[in-house]
Every structure is written in structure tokens, then in C-alpha cells.
Design a protein around this ligand. Structure first.
Ligand SMILES: Nc1ncnc2c1ncn2[C@@H]1O[C@H](COP(=O)(O)OP(=O)(O)OP(=O)(O)O)[C@@H](O)[C@H]1O
Ligand SMILES: [Mg+2]
Length: 577
């Protein structure tokens, strides 16, 4: 059967396009927005050529059964020979050939009508808000078109308080500019007004365009004596930004009911979306990697989470998370810099440097610095935001996770300690914004070691992160997640461990995870999968949302405006399990 399908697959770029092609035959859906030929033209595809490489990629379909009894085919992109192809075996043989003829067993009870969810001609927007960045883009595309920081800036201009969103926060160090994040360190929204504004900026700035201005005051309808105002009474003057666009949003596996209800309220009432769905980011990351059942290890900025997913459904009891995310790794790097010899390293951001000249490795920097008078200086939070960018570069270029086997502090079978082995690997150079540069030796292994071994944390009394506990480390999170789920599905989950989140891009992370799991669970087969493509790893949950929302058969899952008005915000708890 796969032989037959391969010719067809070769003509189609991207899983979403194939999804549509399969679904359109069974369920009449073929959105006009994204024909395969159009997909080839999109710049996002050109930037990520591996996503459309015909030789390495194949597409597979997996039948997903949801709690509400709806079955649909999830079409998944996967690498050839990946376990996603094996997942096909889960589909009853009678239904397997041909794949696109599987009975969709749609629940005909009450799917929203085409008019209610916006129709097939409209591409949904997928919004994936994280602690460090917010990703938004059109369903069916391979990468989010809009990627903005979730942080926003605030400053005083005269008596007025002004806000800055998106990449503009990095540009000008305005006097008194302070940086804030509407999301708390536990991944739950703390400031709803500002979260709404940041999210709204993420799609209005690059996807939908700004809201049209009020027709009463935009200068096009000026009439004297307020005649028009009288005629327009009762007419909604402000058009809502998503009035024509279905919206699929992602959330963490531990998002509380109140926050979920508030989210649908904002989407329906403030943005006016005709259809809405809220999906767990763990489930979406599983879909993006071609699996309906998987154990998702997501290393984000604020958290590391472990999410068991079975048949496309999150196993809530098993969801574990801890604050040892990418920002914690940044704090460990700062601790390493403080204890650096021969002298501590200070990060001086670009905006404080007017000129610099090259210096030898380890020599003091030769730079002239800018100074701001106290009343013109930005807030300290601005400096730490800019420093965080240097720390991310440092993670990309220098930091390494000890790949195992064993902890960094343990001794190998031949009696040589792993620390000694790490000293024999060549160092990695890094240049700071002020020109100071140094080769980092085995110390570069120490900053991420505490993700696996709590005792290895570099102590720092000034760090906002308390010393980690063993229960917060990744191996313990995984053990706890598995202990909380049915014993029968544990082997299957261990065989389908999926690594996602930008924080997991640290060198050696996947190897170490694999060694830790093989050591902790020797009997069932452990298999760790991590997309090699950087954007697939960074945008795992967004990509899963993009695939899901572009499936024709998914339309029954949307919560339509009418349903929201009938049942209230609590419908999100019933529909989005
Ligand atoms: N190449 C890289 N190697 C290692 N770490 C990286 C790399 N690129 C980004 N990071 C780190 O990944 C973190 C951001 O990850 P991600 O974008 O997955 O988080 P998020 O989804 O915004 O946050 P959260 O999942 O906590 O809500 C940051 O701490 C950043 O420094
Ligand atoms: Mg995340």
C-alpha cells in the first residue's frame, strides 16, 4: 500500500497538504488558501528545506479516537522508518488499505455548521504562547509566521504610560523602560490584560493586520452636527481582529479550569473568533512527531514538563513539571561566570558599548562603554532581558550536557572518572559583546548537569532559583509520570519518548536522556526521538496545532460562537479534554 501511495506523496509538499488531500476525498474539504503549489511558494518552506525534502520524509496517517467518541485521521509527517510508520499498525488491518478510505466514523450528532466555524475557505490561526516567546501562524503552514517575545516593555511618556510589544522591546533603551512578562514562572497567565495584548499583537502584527479604525473617527465619515452618529447607534464600531478566523490555542498540561475559561472568553468576546479550540501542547508535540501515543519531554524557558499522551489524549494524572527550564540553565551559567578564573565574567550588553577592539583569549576587554545618567537609564529588567540573549547564544555555542553513560560526577567501568574524560574533550570558544573571549573547557558541562543530578547544581546565593531537589530533575519527573499511568501503557510510552522545546537543543541532551532512561528502565525498550531540525524542535507544539487545525475532519471539534453563547465558557472543559 505504501508503494502505491509514495508516487502520490512525491507530488505533495508537506504533511498538511497531504492531510488536505486525504481528507478532501473523504470529507469534501479542500481549503482554497493552501494548495500544494502555493505551499511550495511560501518563504517559510524555502527557509526550512528539510521539511519538504522528498527523499527523507514520508507522511503517514494515524486514526485518533477522542474522548467525545469522534474518530478522525491525523496525517503526520515523519521520517522514513520512524515509529510513526509503525503506529499505522495500530489501525485495524481491515481499515488500513487504502488509507484514505478509512471510515471516519464522524459523530454526526452536532457538528458546527460550515457557517458557524467560518467555512473551509478560511485558514485557522494557531497561537502557541510560551513563557519566553509567543508563536502564531496559519494552520497548514510549516512554521509560525509570527514569533515575538512574550515579554513587553513599559515606560512613562509625560503623564502617559506607554507599552512596547514584539521585537521593538530590544531596540531602544528608553529612560525608565521596564520589562515584564504576563505569564508566571509556573507557566500560568498572571496578568490577563497584558497577556491579551501581547497575544493580540502576535497575530495582528504579522497575520491579520491591525484592526480597522473606528469609522466615526477615522476622518472618512465626518459629517456635521453628529448626524452619522445618530444613524450608527447600535452598530458595533470596533471590528474584532479575529471575526473571520477560527483560532486554535495551545496551553500547558496543568492549566487550571479558570484560566481555560478566561482564554475562551477573550477569544470569543474580545477577538470575536467564530470558532475556538484549546489544545494541550504535549498532545500537539506528539502529533507533530508523528505519534498518537508518546511521552513528551518539553524543555521550555520557565519549565521542563513530562506529558504522557495516549491515543491523542493527555493523561492528566501523569503530567509532571518542574522549574528547571532554560531560564534555570541561564542562572547556572551566570553562577559559572561569577566563579570563573582568573577573573569573574560580567556580561555587558551591546547597548552599553560604544566601541571595542579585538583582544587575545582570556585578556581583559578593550572597549569604551556608554553610560546613562540615572534619569535616562532603562530599568535593570531591560538589561537582564538583553543579557538573556547573550546567554541563549552561549547555550547554543558552548554549553554541553554530559552525554553519559553515568552522571558527570560518576566513574566509568574502566575506573576513569567522567569529569576527567570531560577534561580531555576540546574546549569551545565564546566571545562576549564587549570583545572578551575565552575557551570554555570542562566547566561547560557543569551548567546543565543539575537537570539530571540535583547535587551537581552550581551554588549561587543571588540566583532567583532555589537549589533544585532530586524530584525536580528530568529522570525523576519521568519516573513519576510513568508511575501515575496505567502499567500496561508504560512500555509503549518508553518506546515513544519525544523531546521538544528550544531548551532541549543543548548539545548532548538527547544522548544523556537516553542513557538515563536505559539505566532506570532496563527491561522495556527505550526509544528517544528528537527532531534534528531546529525549528521542528522549537515549534513542536505549534506544528502539531498547525496539522490538527488544517484537517478537514477536525471541524467537528471546534467550539462555535453559537455553542459558546449557549453553554458559556465552561464548554471548553467539556470539548477540549
Ligand atoms: N539552541 C539552543 N540551545 C539551548 N537552549 C536554547 C537554544 N535556543 C533557545 N534556547 C533556550 O530555550 C528556552 C526557550 O525555549 P522555548 O521557546 O521552548 O520556551 P517557551 O515555550 O517560550 O517557554 P515555556 O515552555 O516555559 O512556556 C530559552 O531559555 C532559551 O535560552
Ligand atoms: Mg513551551
Amino acid at each position: 500500500m505504501w508503494r502505491e501511495r509514495e508516487d502520490q506523496i512525491d507530488d505533495i509538499v508537506g504533511s498538511a497538504a497531504l492531510a488536505r488531500s486525504l481528507c478532501s476525498r473523504s470529507s469534501r474539504l479542500a481549503p482554497a488558501r493552501l494548495q500544494p503549489k502555493d505551499l511550495r511558494k511560501t518563504s517559510s518552506l524555502r527557509q526550512t528545506p528539510t521539511l519538504c525534502s522528498r527523499s527523507s520524509q514520508r507522511t503517514a496517517g494515524v486514526a485518533i479516537r477522542t474522548l467525545s467518541g469522534v474518530s478522525f485521521i491525523l496525517v503526520l509527517r515523519c521520517l522514513r522508518d520512524s515509529p510513526a510508520l509503525e503506529a499505522i499498525a495500530d489501525i485495524p488491518t481491515s481499515s488500513r488499505a487504502p488509507l484514505d478510505c478509512i471510515d471516519f466514523n464522524m459523530n454526526p450528532s452536532m457538528p458546527p455548521s460550515t457557517a458557524e466555524y467560518g467555512g473551509d475557505e478560511v485558514s485557522a490561526i494557531v497561537l502557541d504562547p510560551g513563557f519566553s516567546t509567543t508563536r502564531a501562524g496559519f494552520a497548514g503552514e510549516d512554521t509560525p509566521k509570527s514569533l515575538i517575545p512574550t515579554y513587553y516593555g513599559k515606560y512613562q511618556a509625560g503623564s502617559e504610560e506607554k507599552y512596547i510589544y514584539g521585537d521593538d522591546i530590544y531596540v531602544t533603551p528608553r529612560p525608565g523602560l521596564s520589562i515584564h512578562n504576563p505569564i508566571g514562572r509556573d507557566g500560568i497567565v498572571e496578568d490577563w490584560d497584558m497577556a491579551t495584548k501581547v497575544w493580540e499583537y502576535s497575530f495582528t502584527s504579522r497575520l491579520t493586520g491591525a484592526k480597522p479604525s473606528d469609522p466615526l473617527s477615522n476622518g472618512l465619515n465626518d459629517v456635521q452636527n453628529g448626524e452619522l452618529a445618530a444613524e450608527m447607534e447600535g452598530v458595533e464600531t470596533e471590528e474584532k481582529p479575529l471575526s473571520d478566523t477560527p483560532l486554535l490555542m495551545t496551553e500547558s498540561g496543568w492549566n487550571p479550569t479558570k484560566a481555560r475559561e478566561k482564554t475562551i472568553e477573550i477569544a470569543m468576546e474580545q477577538w470575536g473568533t467564530p470558532a475556538f479550540y484549546l489544545a494541550r501542547n504535549g498532545v500537539l508535540a506528539a502529533f507533530a512527531s508523528g505519534k498518537a501515543s508518546a511521552l513528551i519531554v518539553d524543555v521550555g524557558a520557565s519549565n521542563i514538563s513530562v506529558t504522557p499522551v495516549h491515543d491523542g489524549i493527555i493523561l492528566k494524572r501523569g503530567v509532571q513539571h518542574s522549574p528547571l527550564g532554560g531560564d534555570y540553565v541561564s542562572s547556572q551559567i551566570r553562577a559559572l561566570f561569577k566563579s570563573n578564573s582568573p577573573q569573574p565574567i560580567t556580561i555587558t550588553p551591546h547597548y552599553l558599548i560604544s566601541s571595542k577592539s579585538a583582544v587575545e583569549a582570556g585578556q581583559p576587554p578593550q572597549a569604551t562603554y556608554k553610560t546613562f545618567p540615572a534619569d535616562k537609564a532603562p530599568d535593570a529588567s531591560y538589561r537582564s532581558l538583553i543579557e538573556e540573549r547573550t546567554l541563549t547564544e552561549f547555550k547554543e555555542c558552548v554549553v554541553q550536557v554530559w552525554p553519559g553513560p553515568g552522571k558527570l560526577s560518576s566513574t566509568g567501568p574502566n575506573g576513569v572518572s567522567n569529569e576527567e574524560l570531560s577534561r580531555s574533550t576540546p574546549g569551545r570558544p565564546f566571545e562576549f559583546p564587549d570583545g572578551y573571549n575565552q575557551v570554555f573547557g570542562s566547566d561547560r558541562y557543569r551548567v546543565a548537569e543539575s537537570l539530571f543530578d540535583a547535587k551537581a547544581a552550581i551554588p549561587d546565593p543571588d540566583s532567583p532559583f532555589p537549589a533544585p531537589t532530586p524530584a525536580q530533575t528530568i529522570p525523576d519527573l519521568i519516573k513519576n509520570a510513568l508511575n501515575a499511568v496505567d502499567v500496561d501503557i508504560r512500555p509503549h510510552l518508553l518506546n515513544n519518548v519525544v523531546v521538544t522545546g528550544a531548551g532541549s537543543l543543548l548539545y548532548g541532551f538527547t544522548d544523556r536522556l537516553n542513557h538515563e532512561l536505559v539505566q532506570a528502565f532496563p527491561s522495556p525498550r527505550v526509544k528517544v526521538t528528537a527532531p534534528g531540525n531546529t525549528s521542528e524542535r522549537k515549534f513542536g507544539s505549534w506544528i502539531g496545532g498547525s496539522i490538527l487545525a488544517s484537517l478537514g475532519t477536525f471541524h467537528q471539534m471546534w467550539i462555535s460562537k453559537k455553542e459558546y453563547e449557549e453553554h458559556g465558557p465552561n464548554i471548553v472543559e467539556k470539548r477540549c479534554k
